[in-house]
Design a protein around this ligand. Structure first.
Ligand SMILES: Nc1nc2c(ncn2[C@@H]2O[C@H](COP(=O)(O)OP(=O)(O)OP(=O)(O)O)[C@@H](O)[C@H]2O)c(=O)[nH]1
Ligand SMILES: [Mg+2]
Length: 173
């Protein structure tokens, strides 16, 4: 089970819809216009066929206080941040540190996604890295952490997300 976490409105539901489209067998790799999304109340399960079937469980941002109750059967975590929303940075950082220190996720692989880089006001990875002190976080964490920049809207970085998902399948769990 893969967990997809992040504050409300960062783009988690759109990401899984886009990944589903990229993995679909209809032969079309064109993403087209972004489909509409609604805030996720509760959880949203999506199956993807990447070498084998994997399930991504998105937990709505509004479920933050009970995210830990889903850590148990999780082998990898995707943590999404809205790179165009400076007001969410500190709360996202606290959420990330708290999940990295959770005992049940001690051996999970972690992918951090800086999303919405299509917006003109987005903060670059260089800026985000210093605001987030991501290098310090990576060097202190027990988990292997990968960072990607994405736009679930226009598809930038989504092949990197699929590549990361594939790489987690190769690791012995
Ligand atoms: N410009 C832009 N908008 C995006 C991007 N990703 C998502 N959005 C928009 O952001 C809004 C919220 O997206 P959702 O996918 O519903 O957000 P969420 O993280 O699932 O939110 P919760 O379910 O409430 O936790 C929607 O209007 C999306 O179209 C992106 O990369 N760029
Ligand atoms: Mg959602």
């Amino acid at each position: 089970m893969y967990l997809l976490l992040g504050a409300s409105g960062v783009g988690k539901t759109l990401l899984v819809k886009r990944l589903q489209k990229l993995c679909s067998k209809d032969g079309s790799r064109e993403l087209g216009e972004p489909p509409p999304t609604l805030p996720t109340v509760g959880t949203n399960l999506t199956d993807l066929l990447i070498q084998k079937k994997i399930t991504i469980r998105e937990l709505g941002g509004c479920m933050g206080p009970i995210w830990p109750s889903y850590y148990g059967d999780c082998s990898a975590v995707l943590f999404m941040i809205d790179a165009a929303n400076p007001t969410q940075i500190s709360s996202s950082c606290v959420q990330l540190l708290s999940l990295l220190s959770a005992e049940q996720l001690a051996s999970a692989s972690v992918l951090i996604l800086f999303n919405k880089i299509d917006l003109p006001c987005y903060m670059s990875l260089v800026e985000m890295k210093s605001l987030f002190r991501i290098q310090d976080i990576i060097s202190c964490a027990n988990q292997p952490i990968t960072v990607v920049e994405t736009s679930a809207r226009d598809g930038t970085g989504l092949p990197d997300v699929l590549q990361w998902l594939r790489s987690t399948l190769k690791e012995p769990s």
